[in-house]
Design a protein around this ligand. Structure first.
Ligand code: NQM
Length: 348
């Protein structure tokens, strides 16, 4: 069990799990304690951010050392979904690959090339391994995690169209859904961008205020179900994607203020690839929220994204000279920590 960024997950050697996906999913649900709002009889933490699974094994792809399949388990619903990536759990994959001997550690740091099986895209994870052992201790702090830890630097390539096949899955820079102007983007995570103002919000509401606003959550869900169909995702009722992200001008020294919904409950911070996708959208002239990028420094690619519990710095490069625009690269710094290594016992 590792914390990866602001998520926590169970990490498996792919060879230890049943090959049949239905059998695998049944086992994972029983290990996690799903379905149950408290997951009292399993290892889940009673939120979607702590009901995550990484299935990791050596890769046969020439450009990757390991394959990483991400699975999102439900909490109250007995669901297991491979429809989305998770850039937070990804932070634990490199260290886990070294711990399990899938990759030989360097003497100072190790770079692990990871194929994200969910989307067929690639990430390189670089982290300290002094003396050939993973060092989790360090002085980097990330919003939403107490204390400090060693940095895990994640670089992404080929994330555009991760779940939908296109950076702009509706083929439009803007669509109108339920009378609200949206931009739908998929650069690692399919997201629906709208301004907080279009929902009658400031964008600076706390997580608790948003979570208590059941009428708002119903509107967010209705919007994303319609947008999901426009994005070619079919009927996304009950599916973990797309996510909705509401945008506002920065209010805390950052460059973009966000409130995201995963997919309906508000996030306490923001997903890594969700933030990459949001920034990608805002960088596109004509997209919803692009006016917020007016004052962004032209010579820097690092964007400081505000969220309910702090800031996330993401690096995004988009080529807007082509039609349609192309995502070039993106990156983020996370931390990870091994929490527990042992034998888990599934509910019968
Ligand atoms: O967008 C939450 C998270 C995520 C996903 C979610 C993520 C990402 O914060 O890359 O990390 O979207 O359910 O872990």
């Amino acid at each position: 069990m590792l914390r990866g960024g602001t998520s926590r997950g169970l990490f498996f050697d792919a060879r230890d799990l049943p090959v049949d996906p239905a059998e695998r999913d049944d086992l994972l649900l029983r290990l996690m304690g799903t379905p149950d709002p408290r997951q009292i009889d399993g290892l889940g933490g009673a939120t979607s951010l702590t009901s995550k699974v990484a299935v990791v094994g050596p890769s046969e792809h020439p450009d990757a050392d390991v394959d990483y399949l991400f699975l999102q388990l439900g909490v109250e619903e007995a669901t297991v979904s491979d429809r989305q990536n998770c850039g937070n759990v990804l932070a634990g994959v490199g260290p886990f690959a070294v711990e399990r001997g899938f990759v030989a550690a360097g003497t100072e740091r190790t770079a692990v090339r990871i194929r994200m099986v969910n989307s067929g895209s690639f990430a390189v994870s670089t982290f300290p391994t002094p003396g050939g052992r993973v060092e989790y201790r360090g002085d980097v702090s990330i919003a939403g995690v107490p204390g400090t830890a060693a940095p895990v630097v994640l670089d992404f390539a080929d994330t555009e169209g991760s779940a939908t096949g296109a950076l702009l899955p509706t083929r439009n820079l803007r669509d109108t859904v339920d009378g609200i102007e949206v931009t739908c983007v998929d650069n690692g995570m399919p997201v629906v961008l709208a301004t907080a103002a279009s929902f009658g919000l400031t964008g600076y509401e706390t997580h608790e205020e948003l979570a208590a606003d059941t009428a708002l959550l119903a509107r967010v869900d209705a919007l994303r179900v319609k947008a999901g169909a426009l994005m070619g995702l079919g009927d996304v009722t009950g599916s973990s994607v797309p996510k909705t992200i509401l945008l506002a001008a920065p209010a805390d020294g950052g460059q973009l203020c966000t409130r995201s919904f995963i997919p309906v409950r508000p996030h306490t911070s923001i997903g890594v690839l969700a933030a990459v996708s949001a920034v990608t959208g805002v960088l596109l002239p004509g997209a919803v929220g692009h006016e917020l990028a007016d004052g962004w420094p032209g010579d820097r690619t690092t964007v400081d994204v505000e969220h309910p519990t702090g800031h996330l710095l993401v690096d995004v490069v988009v080529d807007t000279t082509t039609q349609p625009p192309r995502a070039v690269r993106s990156g983020v710094v996370r931390t990870a920590r091994k929490l527990f290594d042992g034998t888990a016992y599934p509910r019968a």
